[in-house]
Design a binder for this molecule. Structure first.
Ligand SMILES: Nc1ncnc2c1ncn2[C@@H]1O[C@H](COP(=O)(O)O)[C@@H](OP(=O)(O)O)[C@H]1O
Ligand SMILES: [Mg+2]
Length: 262
């Protein structure tokens, strides 16, 4: 049985109530999103020309409402609220949320889109969940480790794999073949795959791939939950100084990073 939420993020993290609750919430948000998928959803353009749909907005509304009711003292920074002109407040504990990462692929009817909820402690992720509703899989932090489950079934422990001599690399679909070949050589990888969204962090956390180098910009809500899961599974997300990727930066924007397994 899930321990009862007290409203104190530190206590609820210790008891396991927070991680269990946000994993269920990410899956519930997935159930809000799925009816819009492959169903001709209307696409609007945000100020930065990136796509947004009712699925993004409804999922974010559900997540924000639920988190505010359970943990009223913890402020949230979320993609759509920020796109609508929100200021974004960083605190000792705060949420970083992307209700639908990989909206482009979602709109095209692809499966690699995710719901992302991270609990931040200061400038680093302390817990997180990534759920891929179309795939039916959820990855989450759990008591210092990482777990995954399919279709709401039993949780299993996951971990990064030992690095093979020649690794396997995941890249954004937006990376051009030339740049992909250069990155593969640079990181001694035999193979690379284009994959949308924060799924890339989770596939490394599960031990299916080894690296995800990112040269172009991302927003912090794109990476926080994936970083939480990957770190809990034994991996790392490093900035260009090879230090742990930190949060609460100007505009909540990330520079280049390297996500890696063992
Ligand atoms: N110039 C930019 N600035 C900030 N974030 C960017 C960006 N270009 C792409 N992204 C982010 O990268 C995410 C997609 O990553 P990938 O290409 O690895 O799937 C997008 O998430 P959304 O789909 O939530 O908008 C988008 O937010
Ligand atoms: Mg995103």
């Amino acid at each position: 049985m899930t321990p009862i939420v007290s409203g104190d993020p530190a206590a609820d993290l210790d008891s396991g109530a927070l991680e269990a609750t946000i994993a269920d919430l990410a899956e519930e948000a997935g159930r809000v999103i799925l009816p819009f998928w492959r169903n001709g959803v209307a696409v609007e353009r945000k100020a930065d020309d990136s796509p947004v749909t009712l699925a993004d907005q409804r999922a974010e509304a559900l997540i924000l409402e639920r988190l505010a009711a359970l943990w009223p003292s913890v402020p949230a920074v979320a993609e759509e609220a920020m796109a609508a002109g929100g200021e974004g407040r960083v605190a000792a504990w705060w949420w970083l949320i992307d209700p639908l990462d990989g909206t482009r692929g979602f709109v095209e009817g692809k499966t690699a889109f995710t719901v992302n909820i991270a609990l931040m402690r200061g400038d680093a992720p302390a817990a997180g969940v990534v759920s891929a509703p179309a795939i039916g899989r959820t990855w989450a932090t759990r008591g210092g480790g990482a777990v995954a489950r399919d279709d709401g079934g039993a949780w299993r422990t996951i971990a990064v794999r030992a690095r093979p001599t020649r690794g396997s690399m995941l890249l954004s679909h937006s990376v051009k073949p030339e740049a992909a070949a250069r990155l593969a050589a640079e990181h001694d990888c035999a193979a690379w795959e284009g994959t949308d969204s924060s799924l890339k962090f989770c596939l490394i956390a599960e031990g299916l791939h080894d690296l995800y180098p990112r040269e172009g910009p991302t927003s912090e809500w794109d990476t926080a939950a994936g970083q939480a899961v990957l770190e809990a599974a034994g991996g790392q997300v490093l900035d260009k100084e090879k230090a742990r990727l930190r949060y609460g930066k100007p505009g909540f924007l990330n520079g280049p990073f390297l996500a890696k397994g063992a």
